[in-house]
Design a protein around this ligand. Sequence first.
Ligand SMILES: Cc1ncc(COP(=O)(O)O)c(C=O)c1O
Length: 377
Amino acid sequence: MRSTRAIINLNAIEHNISIVKQLAPGCKIMAVVKADAYGHGIVQVTSHLSQIDAIAVACMDEAITLRNAGITQPIILLEGFFSDDELAQIIEYNLQTVVHHEAQVIALEKLAQKYATDTTRLDINEVAKPNHPQFQLIVWLKFDSGMHRLGFDDAGFIDAYQRLQGLGFISTINPMSHLACADDIQNPMSQRQIQLFNQVTTNITGERSMANSAGVIAWPESHYQWIRPGIILYGCSPMIGLTGSDHQLIPVMMLASQLFAIKSIKPGDQVGYGSAWTATRETLIGVIAIGYGDGYPRHAKEGTPVSINGKTYPLVGKVSMDMITVDLGEDFSGKIGDEVVLWGDELPVETIAQHADTIPYTLLCGVTSRVKFVWNN
Ligand SMILES: Cc1ncc(COP(=O)(O)O)c(C=O)c1O
């Protein structure tokens, strides 16, 4: 059987959370598990997150998946609701929402008006109705401090804050913002964003949130009451040029496969599609059962390290859909069937990302369903 596997070490997540707590002591943690927990399995990962205060997802489907799996912790929709219909689901599934746009404020105002006059229209349970004394919605109001993707400018932020404050069913408005360049400690942008966030929230109550993983590591002034770590939980460094072990993090995913063919070639022989690599000496080519059909990056360059029996060998030739080829050298002592690690503890995914001109996020999120996932405690 093809043994291409993603082995997820759930205990490493616990360890990484303890590092996050050391980096941001006293802060509440909103663990970011969007995109299937960065490719690690949203239900398996979230079920294992006991030491955190809330969970952040990108969209309703992710939130519902978690509620249906029995997750009871607070869940925040990082991009808010995409349509008015989703407001009913926010209530039904007891979610918190980011509000980043005027259209969302208007939708909330309309909801308030509707329930001021008609308490029967929402077909969900009694407690979930906005006019019910127990119903309270927590919103995270997003300020655009410079990323210019989501959020209100200064005036829009204050205006939205005041309007939401007037809606009876909104119990809490927490200001939030997002850092654009926190992975680069030389870049003055983060400092500017923090300053602007401080200014706009001076007279505003609510618990503030700004820091992603890079903010947690490099920008303590961005920690406020709530941090929102994502990639760091999975054992990766968000910082330019660093790997998880530089912060004592443990990689959560190991992508592994096996060597399933060894071929002897002569000088001048060419390997793979496009005959893109030519041998300059006699050597052995190892063929490994992983390719872009599994999420191994198609653009991994010649020389990308691949680990076999604890030693690294260079990728040669182009990555195919189901296979890659490595130069084993003349004296290779391993054999067909040997385990191969594409990334994991012994080979940081950050290193592979660098060789493929991408970021570790895309590699982790990109492992396909053809790969067998194994979750270990
Ligand atoms: C709003 C928001 N907060 C936090 C995060 C977590 O970022 P990171 O994985 O870099 O920690 C993300 C991820 O993109 C995000 O969109």
